[in-house]
Design a protein around this ligand. Structure first.
Ligand code: AMP
Ligand code: GLY
Length: 418
């Protein structure tokens, strides 16, 4: 069959790679794709939010399955538009994707259905939000209610910081005009639990953790993710069972009960607190860079999963996973997540013994150059996390570019319990 992947980052490259392992796929398109994806798929010059044009492309090219990567496409209603045209697509409707696009919707759903999460209140005015925060303990957790490209959350240690953030969000409309959710502060290790969901049916993936801080030892500013690894030795089978039975399954049920059944990947951003596992956030899509370390561990044919979920069918057989560990190290442009330059030549990518998923690259005069903040992720597998990290760091050393940096400690903290 012909498959179209929507998006153009490392996550989509990992999806394309998983699809290319299926005997059922004979042609992969990716819109817009990137220079690395172009080696495994035919890139289509359409932006991920051009949903009508994407639909027309799928129709004109006999695409039998479309898989959506980024949230912006979901929030733009790509699934609704494709379904209305009778096209098969893997992803949630716009209504179901509110679990990610609206923090207030997600929080109210969790409260209504007793799904463990931090207590919260939503505010529309700066004055009310400020007064509420002033009367509570710090740190204060402030979240802009909408898509803010991962930058809409502020953990304020002082009233001054909280005030500045509330001004940005509610007076100056820095992310657009919207509400702010103020949450209780939770503590503990975070982890990502992604599940394939078709209505009430929930099929868990193996767990992963990403590293949001820019530099080793979790120092520096927050980023879109500097690396990830799987599995997670500090999460017990009991934690995992709790997360599935008390969080992911009830959330899938709740979305059905609310009239917007979920189909696609439901991503639980969870925290293991002293009082048990709780939800920090939900995403309505594959995580990035978690997908880049999770899909290489998938043993089953991903096409069987995508088509069953998109068609509203039960899976024919349980999903199988490989036992090995994976570590992914992101190569980012110097300066990221602040200002950075583009166009630096990258050499040695083809010498890496492992997967290289491109995140922000371009091809210029036959050479691969940097074209984004996060440029590529190198993913290595080994029997243990320790070996996978050592291998990954060695392989990253084969890549030469004078404008890249990376972390060297992805997953290291988890290794003490491995
Ligand atoms: P979110 O975009 O909601 O995932 O928030 C971004 C990051 O802020 C999370 O990955 C956490 O590290 C942190 N965070 C969010 N909510 C809380 C909370 N209630 N307590 C403590 N940290 C939080
Ligand atoms: N890795 C976090 C996310 O995909 O939102």
């Amino acid at each position: 069959m012909k498959v179209l992947v929507v998006g153009g980052g490392g996550r989509e490259h990992a999806i394309v790679d998983a699809l290319s392992r299926s005997a059922k796929v004979d042609k992969i398109y990716c819109a817009p794709g990137n220079a690395g994806i172009a080696m495994q798929a035919e890139c289509v010059a359409l932006h991920e939010t051009e949903v009508e044009k994407l639909r027309d492309f799928a129709q004109a090219n006999d695409v039998a399955l479309t898989v959506v990567g980024p949230e912006v496409a979901l929030a733009a209603g790509i699934v609704d538009v494709f379904r209305a045209a009778g096209l098969r697509i893997f992803g949630p409707t716009k209504a179901a994707a509110r679990i990610e696009s609206s923090k207030e919707f997600a929080k109210e759903l969790m409260m209504k259905y007793g799904i463990p999460t931090a207590g919260f209140r939503a505010f529309t005015t700066y004055e009310e939000a400020r007064a509420y925060v002033a009367g509570r303990p710090f740190p204060a957790v402030l979240k802009y209610d909408g898509l803010a490209a991962g930058k809409g959350v502020v953990i304020a240690q002082t009233m001054e910081e909280a005030d500045a953030a509330l001004r940005d969000m509610l007076l100056d409309d820095k992310f657009g005009h919207g509400k702010v959710v103020v949450e209780d502060y939770l503590e503990g290790p975070e982890f990502s639990f992604m599940c394939f969901v078709e209505g009430r049916r929930v099929y868990p993936m193996v767990l992963a953790q990403d590293h949001k801080r820019a530099y080793d030892n979790d120092e520096g500013p927050n980023t879109g993710g500097m690396g990830a690894y799987s599995p997670l030795p500090f999460i017990t089978a009991e934690d995992e069972r709790f997360a599935l039975e008390r969080i992911l399954k009830p959330t899938a049920e709740a979305l059905c009960a609310e009239g917007c059944p979920f189909t696609g990947v439901l991503y639980g951003g969870l925290m293991k607190t002293r009082d048990g596992v709780k939800v920090i956030e939900f995403n309505a899509r594959f995580g990035d860079p978690e997908t880049e370390v999770v899909l290489p561990r998938l043993r089953s044919d991903i096409v069987d999963i995508f088509t069953a979920v998109a068609d509203g069918r039960e899976l024919d057989r349980p999903i199988e996973w490989y036992d090995f560990a994976t570590v992914g190290v992101v190569l980012a442009s110097k300066g990221y997540p602040g200002a950075y330059e583009k166009g630096a030549v990258i050499e040695g990518l083809e010498t890496v013994d492992g997967a290289v998923y491109h995140m922000g690259t371009a091809c210029r005069d036959g050479r691969i150059v940097t074209a984004g903040g996060r440029v590529a992720i190198v993913v290595c597998k080994a029997p243990t996390l320790r070996e996978a990290l050592a291998k990954c760091n060695a392989e990253v050393g084969k890549i030469h570019c004078d404008n890249l940096f990376h972390r060297t400690d992805i997953g290291r903290r988890a290794m003490v319990t491995e």
